[in-house]
Structure formats: C-alpha cells, structure tokens
Design a protein around this ligand. Structure first.
Ligand code: CA
Ligand code: CA
Length: 234
C-alpha cells in the first residue's frame, strides 16, 4: 500500500499547467483495486465533462493522468499502451458500446523494470502528440486502454480502479473488461467490484476550453465584414 500512496502523490502534481480538470476520479478516490480476472490488459470506462462551459464552446483535451498496476516484478520488454477515446457511448449496444473515434494513440513506454506488485502513475500528454481532441459540453466519452508487451497483450499489467464520484455512464456504475478478448466492449462485459459502489478507471482529464470552429469562423467573418466596412468609409 505504501507504494501506491507514493505513486499517487507523484501523479497528483503531474497535471498539465493552464488546463481545467473536466473529469477527476483520482482526487476523491476512497478505494483502489485492480481486477484479478483475466484477460485484464484491455479495460475501459465511460467518463463525462464535469466543468461548466459556454454551450457554444468545446473542450480540447491536453492530457490524461491515469494509474496502472504492474502485477509481476520484472522487466517489461517493448511495452506499449494504446489509448482510444470514443465520442459515442451506448452501453446497451450488444456488440460494441463505443463508436465515433476521437483519438487513437499508442504510447511507447520502453522497457521499464517494474517492482510489482505495485501501482504507478503516468500523464498521457495529448498536446505534445499533436492529437488534442475536442469534446462537447457534458458529453459522455469512452476511454479504453490496452497494454502490449512485444506486440502481445500482457496480463501482467492492468488498470488501476477506484471507488469515486463522478461516475457518469450506467451499467451499475461499473467499468468494462474485454473478457472475451475480441477487441471490443460488449454490453455483457460491464463489471462491478463488490464493496466498490462507483467503480471507475483511475483517471483525470485536463482540458482547455476553446470556441467551436464554427464560432471561430463566424468571428472571423464578422472581422472581415468590419474591415470591409471600414475600408469603404476610408
Ligand atoms: Ca469483448
Ligand atoms: Ca465507471
């Protein structure tokens, strides 16, 4: 448990500057777990923007802070983490609850020696990868994480889960685990923990509020019109 506390303290100061936290299941976390069932390398959750924003604007995500668990004490070779974010969520869709891909990034984590079993944190920096993505006001989004070692899914790494609000989405306030290993999340793959009423992937989304492109275009058109008007007067 001491390792987990240290990892979380490191994580807490790792958020991007100037960004607003629009989803946070880290700060109020009251219980931390990882799933004991396999396969546990591919997991997901539904989150939502939780900060107020002008309805005509959207959030551009800068980074996501999140936590993982290394099960085994060893060197992990050519480790990658694929993180996909989805714009549409339908927890009643029997064949895939997620659609409308917003981003799909694979993070190369090198070959770290991890003294498992232990939790560790990481900041997934989207602005540095030039793939910042927009989400709407109060929009439910899906995030799924896949750990691979040497190109193979590894059960020695998994996501850190916590008991906390906010907990948007449904299916008994749970999370999703790709239990049949087919690469997508089926309705039947919703999971809950006994004793954790609000199961969440451990994550914090940092974002900046920006005008929608249409708003920007209108503002630009207005400026052009104003300049023309002034040019005519001159
Ligand atoms: Ca599945
Ligand atoms: Ca959840």
């Amino acid at each position: 448990m001491k390792r987990i506390v240290l990892a979380l303290a490191t994580l807490a100061v790792a958020h991007a500057a100037f960004a607003t936290v629009i989803f946070d299941s880290i700060t109020p976390a009251t219980a931390l777990r990882n799933t004991g069932s396999t396969p546990r390398n591919h997991m997901a959750d539904v989150v939502s923007t939780t900060a107020p924003i002008n309805a005509a604007w959207s959030w551009v995500v800068n980074s996501i802070d999140t936590g993982f668990v290394a099960i085994a004490n060893r060197t992990y070779n050519n480790l990658t983490l694929r993180v996909r974010v989805w714009g549409n969520v339908d927890v009643n869709n029997p064949t895939n609850i997620f659609s409308n891909s917003l981003s799909d990034v694979t993070w190369n984590l090198g070959s770290p020696a991890l003294a498992g079993p232990a939790a560790f944190g990481a900041t997934l920096n989207y602005s540095a990868n030039n793939v910042a993505f927009n989400i709407g006001n109060g929009q439910n989004i899906g995030i799924d994480y896949l750990f691979m070692e040497n190109g193979q899914a590894t059960n020695d790494l998994t996501m850190l889960l916590c008991d906390s609000t906010p907990n948007p989405g449904s299916s008994s306030n749970g999370f999703w685990r790709d239990a049949n290993g087919n690469g997508v999340f089926d309705t039947t793959e919703a999971r809950v923990f006994t004793g954790i009423p609000n199961a969440n992937i451990y994550a914090r989304i940092n974002a900046q509020a920006v005008p929608e492109p249409t708003t920007m275009a209108l503002a630009g058109a207005g400026l052009v019109a104003l300049l023309r008007k002034r040019a005519k007067k001159a």
